[in-house]
Design a protein around this ligand. Structure first.
Ligand code: HEM
Length: 131
């Protein structure tokens, strides 16, 4: 059972969430190799971008203006993203949130991640059809 008692309230909480989430992703051989380009010296920059993204999603700050979809389409082009990769990603994301936070924003984060994952997989399929 989760020990969490409070919701995601600000960027500092998002930072905690992102780091704990990536700790899981980067330690699982089934998915960690996909993060080769952001591991090491680029990891801190990547965390800033992810915090911008989640702050925009959860608190409507609007500072994330990049193209998430395109990044993942090129990741797919390079490595081939599978349904299992998405399952692992979402599983870790949901587990990390549930371990640390509870409440409306936590629920919203899980819903958003899930719907973006669905759209990403649709776009990937579309892209495959044009090959
Ligand atoms: C199979 C599942 C996924 C994998 C393996 C994955 C992997 C990655 C990698 C390697 C990057 C860095 C790309 C780069 O900078 O070149 C990235 C960026 C990012 N990912 Fe994912 N991702 C996955 C799913 C998702 C989902 C479902 C979301 C939805 C919330 C998401 C949100 C983001 C965001 C916001 C960035 C930053 C993009 C930017 O640079 O603006 N990812 N992801």
């Amino acid at each position: 059972m989760s020990e969490a008692t409070s919701d995601i309230q600000n960027r500092a909480d998002i930072d905690v969430l992102v780091r704990a989430f990536y700790d899981r992703l980067l330690h699982d051989d089934r998915i960690s190799y996909l993060f080769e380009d952001v591991k090491g010296e680029h990891l801190e920059e990547h965390f800033v971008i992810l915090c911008d993204f989640w702050e925009s999603v959860l608190f409507f700050t609007g500072q994330y203006k990049r193209n998430t979809m395109l990044k993942h389409l090129s990741l797919h082009d390079k490595h081939g993203l599978t349904a299992q990769h998405f399952q692992i990603w979402l599983g870790f994301f949901n587990e990390t949130i549930d371990a640390l936070f509870i409440g409306e924003k936590s629920k919203l984060a899980k819903e958003r991640a899930n719907s973006i994952a669905v759209i990403m997989q649709m776009k990937i399929k579309e892209m495959e059809q044009w090959k």
